[in-house]
Design a protein around this ligand. Structure first.
Ligand code: SF4
Length: 310
């Protein structure tokens, strides 16, 4: 791509750079080298990597069943503000290819690298076991309120699900268009625990709609359900420079020199990055139940190696 050719205008942010590819880069990168890859989905070839030693108990096979996100509404997420298209590979092709790759490479773990595995894909995986432990990202979706389905998913090899809770405050969830039902979250966590599927839960502090009281609700929600959560990640919100929210906030350059995908902003409720960081240190991580989960997160590789620590 040439400057200014990016679908979401990223190239305009980096006028001195030759090329910026927004969203998935594999196909555009191959095109730059004159290779017509044809499709978003190609059978991965790991022959070059399989003999190389790696800091893991064995080979971890990465595989995408889709690109983009079937939900694509969360206001803080690149899938939304980069406007990436959602493309789901055919279910039969996914299951056939996964079985082929598992037989070929004999992995100890399959990492489904989708931004979000759709409910329909979860169902397909549950019904077509790949016979090796796997994990990936999915939403707190209704289908997981069914304990029988969660058991079927566990039997298919599902070892861990990574899920974005983001907030324990309904109004904040509504403002960020997360689209999850907070009442269903404990049921889903109970079901996954009961079925033997581990959980890696993501929370996000400092979004424009949040204040300290809302953040305390998130903290209390996590603490209350800590016995059902295996790992957690607490992040400080960054305002994407080209998000819709940036248009309505008092913003400034994040770093000197303009070379950033994020903007500094004046939080409308005085709940800025400094306050959030102090909160995370003093009020969130200090809760014994939460500290226990945080201490469980494997160092360095964190979520990538978490399934080995379940
Ligand atoms: S569900 Fe996940 S991937 Fe999809 S828009 Fe929300 S945060 Fe992004």
């Amino acid at each position: 791509m040439q400057p200014g050719a990016g679908s979401t205008g990223f190239n305009n942010l980096f006028p001195d750079n030759e090329i910026v590819i927004s969203g998935p880069g594999e196909i555009p990168l191959l095109k730059l080298f004159g290779i017509d890859a044809g499709s978003n989905f190609m059978l991965p070839d790991y022959d070059f990597a399989i003999q190389n030693k790696y800091i893991a108990p064995g080979f971890i096979l990465s595989y995408n069943t889709s690109v983009g996100c079937p939900w694509k509404k969360c206001t803080f997420c690149p899938e939304k503000y980069e406007d990436n298209p959602y493309i789901q590979e055919r279910y039969t092709k996914v299951t056939t290819e996964l079985l082929f790759l598992v037989k070929k490479y004999n992995p100890v773990l399959v990492h489904l690298t989708d931004s979000e595995i759709s409910p329909a894909m979860l169902k397909t995986l549950a019904e077509n076991p790949i016979r090796v432990p796997w994990y990936g990202f999915c939403r707190f979706t209704k289908i997981l309120t069914d304990i029988d389905f969660c058991r079927q998913l566990a039997n298919s090899g599902c070892k861990m699900l990574s899920m974005g809770l983001e907030s324990g405050d309904k109004e904040v969830l509504k403002a960020m268009e997360k689209g999850i039902n907070l009442e269903e979250v404990p049921i889903i966590l109970e079901n996954l625990k009961e079925a033997g599927i581990g959980t890696y839960i993501y929370v996000l502090f400092g979004t424009p709609a949040e204040d300290r009281d809302a953040a305390l609700k998130t903290r209390d929600f996590v603490a209350k359900h800590a016995h059902l959560i295996d790992f957690t990640n607490a992040a400080v919100f960054n305002l994407p420079v080209n998000s819709e929210e940036a248009e309505f906030l008092d913003t400034d350059n994040f770093y000197e020199g303009d070379l950033s995908l994020y903007s500094e902003f004046k939080h409308p409720k005085g709940w800025g990055r400094k306050e959030v960081r102090q909160f995370l240190k003093k009020d969130f991580s200090s809760v014994p139940e939460i500290r226990e989960i945080l201490n469980r997160v494997p160092p360095v590789f964190d979520s990538s190696h978490a399934p080995f620590f379940l």
